[in-house]
Design a protein around this ligand. Structure first.
Ligand SMILES: NC(=O)c1ccc[n+]([C@@H]2O[C@H](COP(=O)([O-])OP(=O)(O)OC[C@H]3O[C@@H](n4cnc5c(N)ncnc54)[C@H](OP(=O)(O)O)[C@@H]3O)[C@@H](O)[C@H]2O)c1
Length: 310
């Protein structure tokens, strides 16, 4: 496998494969679903808002009339929705590729339906629970890949909150909470891979990040509710230095489809600071490879969500 100059042209034929992508209504998720479908995969397109999801499915079918795409309503900030969605997905049979893409960034202090801090709940605990519930279908594939989407921002977090995520345990910092949730993504991705390997299960877990990509996530009005100077500046910087959503989706597309990618790999853009460029294997902070921290987060995530991986 070449780790340089990977483009969508390097994606293999995916006919006969089933992929599930979360957060498909916008940005990286939409591009990911579209490219997987273009290569012939059946794509289960998951999103929280039924009407936006319906429009996105119509859009993909318009662009690719032959595409096999199915909508799935999944709100990662609501464990009852996560359970409902996984029950619905059970009818599909095996899943070959799961892309845990959906996420929120730097939200005002809020809680999920289950009372978790919103960013940890949406970005980590929801995907943890969903992956655990569909895990038997990944195993059933015989050769499955799980891709979890993290961020350069994981570098800003030294650890993850290990207290009860329902407790208002400390002062809320919206960027700090985002960084911690993105570190949690990496700890989860690598721990999942170790656990699958230890048990001899045919599931490879990897992670990816897009650098800076111009998507809804970095729109000024999303960052703190209202066009605040910080949000507007991030939007402007991303437009100037960042890349398109299609380019930003390349690391997760490579992570999802490159044959022979070792479990525990982390892919991101090759350019300076990993901000833009074609996807390559990139490094992480030492905290992201901390196995003791990963085991603690895993135990906490099981306890908080009530989902235990089989
Ligand atoms: N863009 C960047 O520069 C950048 C950088 C680093 C990492 N990332 C990561 O990339 C991933 C995708 O982000 P993006 O840039 O494509 O953002 P985006 O354009 O805002 O798209 C995010 C997607 O996640 C969905 N989502 C949000 N909350 C959800 C929930 N509770 N349940 C289910 N889906 C939910 C959104 O749905 P709605 O339409 O309903 O809001 C949307 O489809 C995220 O994990 C993000 O942390 C992005």
């Amino acid at each position: 496998m070449s780790s340089t100059a990977w483009t969508v042209d390097d994606m293999p034929d995916l006919a006969g494969k089933r992929a599930l992508v979360t957060g498909v209504t916008a940005g990286l998720g939409k591009c990911t679903a579209l490219e997987l479908a273009r290569r012939g995969a059946e794509v289960v397109m998951a999103a929280r808002d039924e009407s936006r999801l319906g429009k996105t499915v119509v859009e993909v079918r318009g662009a690719l009339p032959e595409a096999q795409v199915q909508p799935l309503v999944l709100d990662l900030a609501d464990l009852s929705s996560v359970r409902r969605a996984s029950d619905e997905v059970a009818a599909y049979g095996s899943i070959d590729v799961l892309v845990n893409n959906a996420g929120v960034m730097a939200t005002p202090k809020r809680r999920t339906v289950d009372g978790f801090e919103l960013q940890l709940g949406t970005n980590h605990l929801g995907p943890f629970a969903f992956t655990g519930l569909v895990f038997p279908q990944l195993v059933a594939s015989g050769d499955a890949r799980v891709v979890t989407v993290s961020s350069i921002a994981h570098q800003l977090a030294r650890s993850v909150p290990l207290g009860d995520p329902r407790e208002p345990h400390r002062r809320y910092r919206k960027w700090g909470a985002y960084a911690e949730s993105k570190l949690a993504n990496l700890l989860f991705a690598f721990e999942l891979d170790r656990r699958a390997r230890t048990r001899g299960l045919p599931v490879v877990s990897v992670a990816a990040h897009p650098g800076y990509a111009s998507t809804d996530l970095v729109k000024g009005d999303r960052l703190g509710g209202g066009r605040r100077p910080a949000g507007t500046m991030i939007e402007a910087v991303t437009r100037l230095l960042g890349q398109s959503a299609a380019q930003g989706a390349l690391p997760q597309l490579m992570a999802a489809t490159a044959p022979g990618l070792p479990g525990g790999s982390y892919l991101g853009p090759s350019g300076p600071g990993e901000v833009r460029g074609l996807p390559v294997v990139v490094g992480t902070t030492s905290a992201a490879r901390d196995e003791e921290l990963a085991a603690k987060l895993w135990a906490l995530s099981e306890q908080a969500t009530g989902v235990h991986f089989p």
